[in-house]
Design a protein around this ligand. Sequence first.
Ligand SMILES: Nc1ncnc2c1ncn2[C@@H]1O[C@H](COP(=O)(O)OP(=O)(O)O)[C@@H](O)[C@H]1O
Ligand code: SF4
Ligand SMILES: [Mg+2]
Length: 312
Amino acid sequence: MSGTLLEVRDLTVRYGAARGALPAVDRVSFDLAEGETLGLVGESGCGKSTLARALVGLAPIAAGTIRFAGIDVRSARGESLRTLRRSIQLVFQDPYGSLDPRQRVGAIVAEGIEIHRLARAEAVRERVARQLVRVGLSPDCADRWPHELSGGQRQRVGIARALAVEPRLLLCDEAVAALDVSIRGGILDLLLDLRERDGLAYLFISHDLAEVAAMSRRIAVMQLGELVEIGPARELLAAPRHPLTRAMLASAAVARGEAPAAPPLTGEPPSPSAPPSGCRFHPRCPLARPDCSRDAPPERATADGWRWRCVE
Ligand SMILES: Nc1ncnc2c1ncn2[C@@H]1O[C@H](COP(=O)(O)OP(=O)(O)O)[C@@H](O)[C@H]1O
Ligand code: SF4
Ligand SMILES: [Mg+2]
């Protein structure tokens, strides 16, 4: 395996200071290797977007460390900060809201190239055209307005904009969730192609475990700000260790019309402003023991780095 690209340790993000409320991201630790895809999955509100935003300096980090290619993200300034800003790019969920409607596609894709001075003025257009082709669009798209494009085309523009600055890590936050089911596959294939061709690393975020499964070499599962399980994708999907992961897999099986191997997930996630005591999953856990409502479970791990938080 190639070297570690991203190292996150005990990352904690807090919005405001509501007493008793949980941090939106709570002591999360993981590594990501060069060229690797880590899938991040969890119910709505569990902190996935906040985690991604913290990695690019868009969420208030309260504690922990983030190192990217040896640079300490929280203290980076000057040249290292510029390198970081280029190297980690976010692809947003909403291809409608994330493109400025007053700019033509060419200007949208050129912006990063110009900010980071990656091409001389006369070469920018040519570089933009290359990015458009790279994501399966025609170079003529540069002269069009976002509203003239389909949802899938707009998301390709969003990806071209991210790629234009030659990042090493793409954070794809529900990158296909807002798209028609019929065009999701094409965008996911594009992301897979880019990984093969360019060795990009991905943090691939989705609330949909099946989607994450298809994309990822490792999978991380979040609940109420915490990472409750992280492990190798194939093994984790075959035999998840955390009851939440088992319940999510069971729900995915039910959605496909198959018989689930465990009870599916029921009920809503608890509110972060009134979190359950002990294990945060205990009110919904089919395997909960009496102690689970009192004690936070320890984190357990195998020698090869599969980790989960449960007494089971
Ligand atoms: N800008 C914000 N200000 C205050 N709270 C926020 C903000 N963004 C997200 N949150 C809260 O942080 C928690 C995690 O949200 P988010 O990261 O968006 O979850 P996910 O992406 O998994 O759905 C939620 O409780 C959400 O309400
Ligand atoms: S610690 Fe207890 S409540 Fe929490 S997931 Fe494990 S068995 Fe369920
Ligand atoms: Mg989100």
